[in-house]
Design a protein around this ligand. Structure first.
Ligand code: F6P
Length: 324
């Protein structure tokens, strides 16, 4: 392998730039050429490439977003699209690539590998932490800090007005952000898709906490939770059944994906980039770099996509105890 491509794909996450930097610098260190591919698979199809050397990634370790841009690409889902991408990679002399993204991006890479026997390694980059084969995805830790900071601020106004706040956090299919940030921010209740205990139980819990002397409360709701049809419907339900409370909704949205990465995410990204390039040069392929017990491990990419991440039951228990 003489030339490695690197790109970011799908929803961006803090730490992606640190991972790009690591891949580029590891290539430079090991005297392999490196090419940045802009806008993920879209750029691959359009031949949007730029050679990268160690200096082209100066001063990006601290930056949120991704300097290579990101995109979700429909054309890559077609055989013709993938053929175009392959032809462009060959024209550019790229022998392998590192894909930084989530499960959609890994699925694309896996199919590409099957069709063209093209060597690929994945680095998990998503704030949702919904990838099997790693305890942490890049951006998860930063997003948690962002969410906790936002909820701390909401708490100030909630307690000044004796209000109940429903705060929606990201997590299309999983409740990792909700559960961890909920415990970290001292939420009264945490609603996640993995554990739907129903609306009545929520009401009882809110009543209990009011009776116990709490004047304000914060309920964290994961985006994918189905306790109510949506967070606004949940608000109405609580208002109807519990008129004592003045209820407000705050949807944190895409600000959770931005910001300077935490030290943890920067270190993890740096480690994963080195491991990804080394793995490719050792002839490995179709794997994802992950971290478990603080050791880097490689997981077959199909397992990373298909495997379910487990919600931390202990954390649910801790949250229940803390919200007495
Ligand atoms: O990055 C994952 C995620 O944050 C999900 O939690 C969310 O549903 C989704 O991205 C939204 O992304 P977009 O608006 O870019 O489609």
């Amino acid at each position: 392998i003489g030339k490695i491509g690197v790109f970011t794909s799908g929803g961006d996450s803090p730490g992606m730039n640190a991972a790009i930097r690591s891949v580029v610098r590891t290539c430079a260190y090991l005297k392999v050429e490196c090419v940045g591919i802009y806008r993920g698979y879209q750029g691959m199809i359009e031949g949007d490439f730029k050679p990268m050397d160690a200096r082209s990634v100066n001063n990006i370790i601290n930056k949120g977003g991704t300097i290579l841009k990101s995109a979700r690409c429909k054309e890559f889902r077609t055989k013709e699209g993938r053929q175009k991408a392959y032809d462009n990679l060959r024209k550019e002399g790229i022998d392998a690539f590192v894909v930084i993204g989530g499960d959609g991006s890994f699925t694309g890479a896996m199919i590409f590998n099957q069709e063209f026997h093209f060597p690929i390694i994945g680095i998990p980059g998503t704030i949702d932490n919904d990838i099997f084969g790693t305890t942490f995805t890049l951006g998860f830790d930063t997003a948690l800090n962002t969410v906790v900071e936002a909820i701390d601020k909401i708490r100030d106004t909630a307690s000044s007005h004796n209000r109940l706040f429903f705060v929606e956090v990201m997590g299309r299919d999983v409740g990792h952000i909700a559960l961890n940030a909920g415990v970290g921010a001292g939420a009264e209740e945490i609603l996640i898709p993995e554990e739907n205990l129903g609306r009545e139980r929520l009401l009882e819990s809110l009543k209990r906490s009011k009776e116990s002397g709490k004047s304000s409360s914060i309920v964290i709701v994961a985006e994918g939770d189905k306790t109510g049809k949506n967070i606004f419907e949940l608000k109405e339900y609580v208002e109807e059944n519990f008129p004592d409370y003045d209820v407000r909704v705050s949807v944190l949205g895409h600000m959770q994906r931005g910001g300077s990465p935490s030290c943890y995410d920067r270190v993890l990204a740096s480690r994963m980039g080195v491991k990804a390039v080394e793995a490719l040069l050792q002839g490995k392929t179709n794997l994802m770099v992950g971290v478990q017990d603080n050791e880097l491990i490689l997981t077959p990419i199909h397992k990373a996509i298909k495997g379910h991440t487990k919600i931390d039951k202990e954390l649910i228990r801790v949250s229940d105890i803390m919200s007495i």
